[in-house]
Design a protein around this ligand. Sequence first.
Ligand code: ADP
Ligand code: MG
Ligand code: MG
Length: 190
Amino acid sequence: MLTTEITQEWMDKFYHKIEENKDYLSELDTPIGDGDHGNNMMRGMEGVKQGLAKLQKPDLKTILKNIAMSLISKVGGASGPLYGTAFLEMAKKCGETQDINALINAALDGIKKRGGATEGDKTMVDVWSPVAQTNEITQKVIDDAIASTKDMLARKGRASYLGERSIGHLDPGAVSSGYLFTALLETEAS
Ligand code: ADP
Ligand code: MG
Ligand code: MG
């Protein structure tokens, strides 16, 4: 069950993971992108933090929508509208169900529709999809999903310009999505 308290703690933990791994995410984005993913996500999460701090006793839908809007307006880069869409879809769905798995599935559908990527294209979808498909999110599910992107050939986003040369590198958006779900795991466990 996703609640307002869980979502706020989830975003707080995600913020810290992005802060700790900002340079690593940008390094991953250097050989197969433009080296900005860590900075993009950090800017986005600063926006999320500031946006949430301004809300007075918000309900879940308001929180999820606020996160989405901050990510869309602050991240810049392809990942911003995609993460934003994910949270916007969760906001739309949460009136019907607060089941975390159902919300993640709605988010995944939104990411796929918005970006046109499918499983195996070496994008964040390759982490969101296995997480959406499992009935229990574990660190192993997350880590295996991230690792699986290494040998993929990129078919979407900047990395796709490299063709065969994209093989052998982890996808940066898959790694940041991994932090998002690790943050959720840690929140649910605490
Ligand atoms: P940009 O590529 O514009 O600099 P970022 O570096 O912030 O943006 O984000 C790159 C990440 O966005 C990729 O690693 C990938 O996971 C994700 N991404 C890019 N295009 C798509 C897409 N069409 N569908 C899903 N994810 C995508
Ligand atoms: Mg980039
Ligand atoms: Mg960029």
